[in-house]
Design a binder for this molecule. Structure first.
Ligand code: THU
Length: 138
């Protein structure tokens, strides 16, 4: 359980979101379901671009949607990814997305759920950059 929402539900929401991914270049569809402090869930999927660097990951879209809705605290995120028809494997967040999470989340508390394992943000980004003195909170 991640507070009110079972982890399996959050993963299911991430998988559902991945179906709508805009990924014509990689064919790799990622979905994210972010549980905010309010208890609401914000989903996201990757949005690619012909200018590859303009691509945005599913996790950041979920975060930016939540932030735009006024959320400022976060509990957990489920992330799933893969190519349609392939067996699901774990899809850990990229370094840029981890850095965005570090901006808004307590590394020891915020939980990242993958298809077959889970760990707090601190396990994925043990010495993340931040402008406060909690940097390196492992
Ligand atoms: N991708 C994500 O959406 N999240 C990640 O954390 C890793 C990568 C997307 C970006 C791109 O559209 C595709 O996966 C292949 O890299």
């Amino acid at each position: 359980m991640t507070h009110e929402i079972p982890e399996s539900d959050l993963l299911r929401m991430a998988r559902d979101a991945a179906r709508d991914a805009y990924a014509p270049y990689s064919g790799f569809r990622v979905g994210a379901a972010l549980l905010a402090g309010s208890g609401k869930v914000y989903t996201g999927f990757n949005v690619e671009n012909a200018s590859y660097g303009a691509t945005c990951c599913a996790e950041r879209i979920a975060f930016y949607r939540a932030l735009a809705a006024g959320e400022r605290t976060f509990r957990a995120i489920a992330v799933t990814g893969g190519r349609p028809g392939e067996t699901e494997t774990d899809c850990p967040p990229c370094g840029i997305c981890l850095q965005v999470m570090r901006e808004f989340c307590d590394p020891g508390q915020f939980l990242i759920l993958l298809a077959s394992r889970k760990a707090p943000l601190a396990a994925f980004l043990p010495f993340g950059f931040s402008l406060d003195d909690s940097t390196g909170s492992v």
